[in-house]
Structure formats: structure tokens, C-alpha cells
Ligand binder design. Sequence first.
Ligand SMILES: [Zn+2]
Ligand SMILES: [Zn+2]
Length: 191
Amino acid sequence: MQSTRQQQKNAWAKEDRKKNPARYRQYEVTYQTKMYEAGICVKCGKNPATTTSGDGGNGGKRIKFCWPCRVAYNNRKNQARLVLKQEVLAHYGPNGVLCCCWEGCTVVDPDMLSIDHVNNGGNIERRTTSYSGGMSYYAKLKRDGYPQGFQTLCHNHQWKKEILKRRAEYNQRSSTCLLASFTDLGSPESA
Ligand SMILES: [Zn+2]
Ligand SMILES: [Zn+2]
């Protein structure tokens, strides 16, 4: 149990931190640089640092954490991601429920679900914006207040939708070609 004196000290430090964010950021950077140079985990400040961010992050450029701290960090990050993903998928699910929107489909596993553009604008958006999909996209949808035009689909039904679209396009094209060749041969209508 902390003494009242210690509690007061902590509360003061918290306030001070809010007032001077830049100074505290500088403390952090100094501390981290010192740890990097000494090869000590920047999280616990005790164990030798052995893992790069590549063991579950991006690039793996810097050895930063010891293994237990890395695992704890990854778990926390993955948990936060899963919560966000489930929230967004549920919002775009049938009646706000975490499930695939395809009629009769019962897939509820977040690993098997993703967000679909109802009007197939996904490719254009990927080409014209920096959002490539994935977690940053879920975050963006939430930040933008859940815009219209999206639905939750399982991966099988994403593909099924694509097949139906391609088939319809093919049928459309082939029927136009057929019509054109009939006209060339002198169909009764053109005679
Ligand atoms: Zn550590
Ligand atoms: Zn489905």
C-alpha cells in the first residue's frame, strides 16, 4: 500500500507531465537512447534487449525489448486490434451484429470476416488513397463516424460476390458481341 505522501507525489508528477509534455518526451528519449546504447530492454530496464520489432512489428530495425516484454507488448497490441476490428465488423454486420451479411451465412469468426464496399469501390479507393486496408482502415472507418456504403462479408462471400460480378460482366459483353455479329450477317431487323 502506498503512503499518502507517495500518492501526493505521484499525483503531482502526473499533473506536471500534462503541463510539460515536451520536457517529459525529452526525458523519455534520453532514457531510451541510454538503454539502447547499453543493450538493455527499454521496457523493464533490467533484462538484456534481445528482440527487434520484426518479431511482431514492422521492419525489425532496432533491438529494443527483452522477450517477455515483447510478448506482453504484442499481446496488448493484438488485443486492442481485435477489439477495434470486432467493433467495426459488428457495426457493418447484419443489424449491428458481428456476422457475414450474405443471406443465410453464419460466419462470425473475425479472422474470416472483412469489410466490403457495397458498390465495389475498393480497388479505386486503394489506388487513390493511402489506405491499403487492414487495421488502419478499420481505425479510419471508426474515426470517420462509420460512413455508409460498407458491409461485413466473410472471405468466401467476398469472392462469391466477385465471381458473380465477373460473370455478369462477361454475359453482358458476350451478348453485345452476339448481337453485333447477327447484325453483320443481316438479321431480319436490319433487312
Ligand atoms: Zn524487458
Ligand atoms: Zn459469408
